[in-house]
Ligand binder design. Structure first.
Ligand code: URA
Length: 194
């Protein structure tokens, strides 16, 4: 698995298929361990990720690590982490359709190699890339979706993006942070059954 991932990463590292190749400092391919049980797909690298070449290392990433830690999971031993888009869009704008299309080959290869049993779709960009138009994240988060052939039958759960949680500080019942807490506990329960 490791050798196969390495080959895709190497191809990706010299990619010039879309305009983001001009402005990126680093390609952000993955982090965590190649775990066939649990994969998380985010949106696209931000400033710090572009600088370091690693996904989820900024504030949102630190919060993501805390969310995993709250149920005893960590990227060092339990999760394979990557993004829908491997290069930072300027000013963190939403990725363009042609950028998503150009990058799909790498995400698809990551899924094909890892063959995770469970995939967390973190934010709308990840949801759309795998599930298409199934509705906004607020309505579909926390629900399990059966993945089709594209994901080899993995169970999928859309979850809030940690950047969204950073903008919504309340922990009251029904708030985004409270909902995230329900979701991560459900994820842990299912993970333990795998
Ligand atoms: N947001 C993402 O979706 N991915 C990252 O790697 C960082 C921030």
């Amino acid at each position: 698995m490791y050798e196969e991932l390495k080959a895709v990463r190497e191809k990706c590292l010299s990619c010039k298929k879309c305009g983001l190749a001009e402005s990126r400092h680093n390609i952000v391919f993955d982090d965590g361990i190649p775990n066939p049980k649990l994969m998380l797909i985010g949106e696209a690298p931000g400033f710090y990720e572009d600088k370091e070449g690693k996904p989820f290392v900024g504030k949102a990433g630190q919060l993501l690590d805390k969310i995993f830690a709250s149920v005893g999971l960590s990227r060092d031993k339990d999760v394979y982490i990557c993004n829908t888009i491997k290069c930072r869009p300027p000013e963190n704008r939403n990725p363009l359709p042609e950028e998503k299309e150009a990058c799909w080959e790498y995400l698809k290869a990551q899924i094909d190699i890892i063959r995770p049993k469970m995939i967390l779709l973190c934010g709308n960009v990840a949801v759309q890339s795998i599930l298409g138009s199934v509705g906004g994240i607020t309505r579909i988060r926390g629900k399990w979706f059966e993945g089709g052939e594209n994901v080899h039958g993995a169970k999928l759960m859309p979850i809030f993006h940690p950047s969204y949680l950073l903008r919504n500080d309340s922990r009251e019942k029904g708030s985004p942070k409270w909902l995230m807490w329900q979701d991560i506990q459900e994820i842990r329960r299912e993970y333990d059954k795998l």
